[in-house]
Design a protein around this ligand. Structure first.
Ligand SMILES: [Mg+2]
Length: 337
């Protein structure tokens, strides 16, 4: 495994960059049927995990997202219809294809119900393994293509970092995780100092080169579980998972120094200004965390750039306060650069 691939492995979840085998979850309360299907998929070269009812399956799907779910219909606690419905109702798992298999009913009503809950396959003879494998191959092909499209849609093309869309989605998820588990996280907002001057003096190619090099610093200076994103032209954000403000400001200071130390051909050296805010101490919603870090970053600009400003108090709804600055009504209008 290459180091870069290893870095992409998130929280024990097998990354698709690390392992090209597709992951399939098989769900059945009948051990014989479960083992038969698992053995067939194992033999075909897939990574197979199992669950014995819908609830167990949902927990497995939440902890690692399989590429495909093959589920029985009749099961205790949560049946296959409800499982499919729950998978489809969650935006994160919505596009994981589901195949239903059952030996019990062949009524058209069952088939209709499977379609209504969004199943993409319905197999009435679970021992027809060739049929199962054929359907599995086709759905995994579509899933792989969807994954490629999604990866492209959420990646900044210049830098390979996450784009704004992915960043916003991840920020929402971190806020939800904080609400659920109480783990704080920190957000860094980063803006290259006097970037317009740089572009004017050295041209856009040199500007792009500086952006790419800075992005590399952000990627290499954060953990695999963190998210570094390019959210605007010369503006970046880093989400530091389960990190307090103290930890966040240490990371920011380290990144700031590393950016300053870059030697960029043509351009020479660049600097960047950093704002740091923590959820939930400084703000409790995605929009407010973003605003708090942004306010702190503007304050770093105002204080002379090339520095880290840590949010010191929560922003009030109609007043932007950062650092030790009290109620400067013009703060929000401070020019970037
Ligand atoms: Mg059953």
């Amino acid at each position: 495994m290459k180091a870069r691939e290893r870095a992409r492995t998130i929280k024990g979840r097998p990354s698709r960059f690390m392992d090209s085998k597709s992951n399939i979850l098989v769900v059945d309360d009948n051990p014989d049927k479960l083992n038969l299907i698992k053995a067939a998929l194992d033999l075909a070269g897939y990574n197979v995990t199992t669950a014995t009812d819908g609830e167990e399956a949902l927990a497995a799907i939440e902890s690692y997202q399989p590429d495909l779910v093959v589920t029985d219909v009749m099961m205790p606690r949560m049946n296959g219809y409800e499982l499919a419905q729950r998978i489809r109702a969650n935006p994160v798992t919505k596009f994981i294809p589901v195949i239903m298999q059952t030996a019990a009913g062949r009524r058209s009503e069952d088939l209709r119900r499977a379609n209504e809950v969004g199943a993409l396959g319905y197999i009435t003879d679970p021992t027809d393994l060739d049929l199962l494998l054929a359907r599995t191959r086709t759905l995994l092909e579509f899933k792989a293509y969807l994954d490629v499209c999604e990866e492209a849609a959420f990646t900044d093309h210049l830098t390979g970092l996450a784009n704004r869309r992915r960043f916003e989605r991840q920020l929402e998820r971190e806020v939800a995780r904080m609400e659920r588990y109480g783990h704080p996280f920190s957000l860094l907002m980063i803006d290259i100092d006097r970037f317009k001057d740089l572009n004017d003096s050295f041209g856009h190619d040199a500007g792009d080169d500086a952006i790419r090099r800075l992005s590399k610093v952000l990627r290499e200076g954060t953990r695999g579980i963190d998210l570094a994103a390019r959210i605007g032209g010369e503006e970046f954000a880093v989400l530091l998972v389960e990190t307090s403000k103290e930890g966040g400001s240490e990371v920011a200071e380290r990144l700031r120094a590393a950016i300053k130390a870059l030697e960029i051909p043509t351009v020479g050296h660049i600097t960047a200004s950093f704002g740091v805010a923590e959820c939930p101490t400084d703000a409790q919603t995605a929009a407010d965390v973003l605003k708090a870090a942004d306010v702190a970053m503007y304050e770093a600009k105002r204080n002379g750039r090339d520095r880290v400003v840590v949010m010191q108090q929560p922003p009030r709804s109609n007043s932007l306060a950062a650092g030790d600055v009290q109620g400067d009504g013009n703060l929000g209008l401070a020019s970037r650069g």
